[in-house]
Design a protein around this ligand. Structure first.
Ligand SMILES: [Zn+2]
Length: 288
């Protein structure tokens, strides 16, 4: 009698549920087809640095094009990518991980984040990704918040992605030395001020000098947190700092005029093309 049999039996009694709702799915970690089709994945063309999605057609776009914000103020990180837009259809994914501790999506998220790292890595989607990092570092929570929540959602994502990429993860490399107030509701300048000086590299625990680092977080809202983390890592001697998040707030939301393709089978986590009609835009905010 194999474990496989009992596994199948348990699924008959407790069918696995979609990561976005109560719809049954074939196996844990999947998203049911309708919810999958409503997600807007980050696809080219994107800013070469921060990964902001441009509305221009791919033929008008060069792989090294930067957004106005990155031209005006180049960020401390070299490269940031996200899997999907943070919007009404997607927000349940990071929120379930952050507040409900729902872990069955981690392997799917790791596969999607590994794929997102290849977006425009060489100016052509699907080409070889950026050099594999020497180490993955999650954006840390303040120890008090970690104690209260019991886990760091960015740490869970980093651990899953580290397994996927077969790279080490250092949960202790960065520390959040003061509890920042919740970022939700702050202006971009307020968010920057809120995280300025909030992070420190724990040099005695981790020699960052000369390393290529991949920062991992759940949501890229204004980039202020990743910017603050990348800044201290660069000052400590990191050679390269890239970042990957599950979701990204796109403001202003680009008017995507690309044709909608049929959603892929949810069993294979692979970005779909964005769809034509925009969902209603409530006031979204993710961080905290
Ligand atoms: Zn940019």
């Amino acid at each position: 009698m194999s474990g496989h049999f009992f596994h199948r039996l348990s699924h008959l009694i407790w069918p696995p549920l979609s990561l976005l709702g109560d719809d049954p799915v074939d196996r844990p970690g999947l998203i049911h087809a309708e919810a999958w089709a409503r997600l807007t994945f980050v696809t080219e063309p994107v800013c070469a640095i921060c990964g902001f999605v441009f509305a221009t057609a791919p033929e008008e776009w060069a792989g090294d094009t930067r957004c106005l914000s990155c031209v005006a103020t180049p960020p401390a990180f070299d490269h940031a990518r996200a899997v999907f837009f943070y919007d009404e259809p997607s927000r349940g994914l990071p929120l379930a991980l952050k507040h409900s501790g729902r872990l069955d999506g981690l392997a799917t998220f790791a596969a999607l984040m590994a794929n997102a790292l290849t977006i425009s890595a060489t100016g052509a989607q699907g080409g070889p990704g950026p050099d594999l990092p020497d180490v993955l570092i999650p954006v840390p929570l303040h120890p008090f918040r970690l104690w209260r929540r019991g886990y760091n959602q960015a740490g869970l994502l980093a651990a899953a992605l580290g397994r996927r990429l077969d790279r080490p993860v250092r949960h202790d490399a960065l520390i959040r030395r003061r509890a920042t107030i919740r970022q939700a509701g702050l202006t971009p300048a307020g968010r920057r001020d809120n995280v300025t000086g909030a992070f420190r590299v724990r040099q005695q625990a981790f020699a960052v000098k000369g390393k290529s680092v991949l920062l991992v977080d759940d949501v890229f809202t204004t980039g202020a947190t990743l910017e603050a983390c990348a800044g201290v890592l660069k000052r400590a001697g990191a050679r390269r700092v890239c970042a990957v998040t599950l979701a990204r707030v796109m403001r202003p939301r680009p008017k995507l005029a690309r044709p909608k393709l049929a959603p892929p089978k949810p069993a294979r986590p692979k970005p779909a093309q964005p769809y034509l009609t925009e969902p209603p835009r409530p006031d979204l905010d993710a961080s905290g």
